[in-house]
Design a protein around this ligand. Structure first.
Ligand code: RIB
Length: 301
């Protein structure tokens, strides 16, 4: 039977404008195309995992509004189990305002709305599915006490927890100890460790520092430099696939969704990271968050 994967996190509607560059404070610039598409780190990761063949349950909180209803409809169309999505009558669905520049880089501001009210009680109702999951994947666009509760459940039921510590935010060592695999980008790794990453040796130092906090496997995503994997005390540098980036918005999200699927299929850690690098390279060649996540037949393995 296919192992079940649980993703817990945010769901947003992304309002995106493509522009030559990202404006500085106080500046108004004229951009180009505007488009609206489904996003949110949690939702992006769930959709990426489902498209790559994972059996995914997604847990999030949406508002009682059109954005929330549309998001849930899309999750269902991807074959995602939405039974444990909670509707918040008091807060609107999350929204993100995104500017993408001509190099595919972005700046994002999130109005969390209902995402900020996803509470431990909302997770509790999904305990049975969490208990039987092969992996749980969570990020930091929901309250930290909820993430801590998820980490406790994962430890209690001996389910492997993947933490994508995005957006960057301080996390207690107590929580980090409960994480099996952590997947920061360079700036998130810097914030968690205090190590400034300016080179491969400093990235290695940051990875070792995270490992010293009790995390079994550390994967630092490094954009064009690929990914640094520290697993079983061995450091491996997995190269990135060279592409022309159009929009890097959900590169990290696709990486995480793909990583979870590959691991659940029994791929070895290095092979899983390489699979995730390939999936995220495909995503950055296309516009949007969920709209850019690749399908399994686009990857060769
Ligand atoms: O990681 C990209 C995502 O961050 C966007 O989809 C946006 O909604 C924010 O959550």
């Amino acid at each position: 039977m296919q192992p079940s994967l649980v993703v817990i996190g945010s769901s947003n509607t992304d309002m995106v404008i493509q522009a030559m560059r990202i404006p500085v404070p106080g500046e108004t610039i004229l951009g180009g195309n505007f488009f609206m598409n489904p996003g949110g780190k949690g939702a992006n990761q769930a959709v990426a995992a489902a498209r790559l063949g994972g059996k995914v349950t997604f847990i999030c909180k949406t508002g009682n509004d059109l954005f929330g209803a549309k998001a849930i409809e899309l999750f269902r169309s991807e074959g995602i189990d939405t039974r444990f999505i909670v509707e918040d009558k008091d807060h609107p669905s999350g929204v993100a305002l995104i500017t993408v520049n001509q190099d595919g880089e972005n700046s994002i501001v999130v109005a969390s709305g209902a995402n900020g009210w996803l509470k431990p009680d909302d997770i509790k109702q999904a305990e049975a599915i969490i208990r039987s999951a092969r992996y749980i994947l969570v990020q930091l666009e929901i309250p930290l006490d909820t993430v801590a509760y998820i980490a406790d459940l994962a430890t209690h039921y001996n389910v492997k927890l993947i933490l994508n510590p995005a957006p960057a935010c301080a996390v207690s060592n107590e929580l980090l100890r409960r994480v099996s695999i952590i997947t920061p980008n360079e700036s998130e790794a810097e914030l968690l460790t205090g190590v400034t990453i300016h080179s491969t040796p400093s990235a290695e130092e940051a990875a070792r520092s995270l490992q010293a906090k009790g995390i079994e496997t550390v994967i630092i995503t490094r954009g064009e430099a690929g990914a640094l994997l520290l697993h079983k005390n061995i450091i491996t540098h997995v190269p990135a696939v060279k592409v022309k980036a159009v929009d890097t918005t959900s590169a990290g999200d696709v990486f995480n969704g793909a990583l979870m699927v590959a691991l659940s299929e029994g791929k070895a850690m290095e092979e899983a990271v390489s699979f995730a690098c390939t999936a995220s390279a495909i995503a950055v060649t296309r516009l949007g968050a969920q709209s850019s996540a690749p399908y399994r037949n686009e990857l060769s393995n």
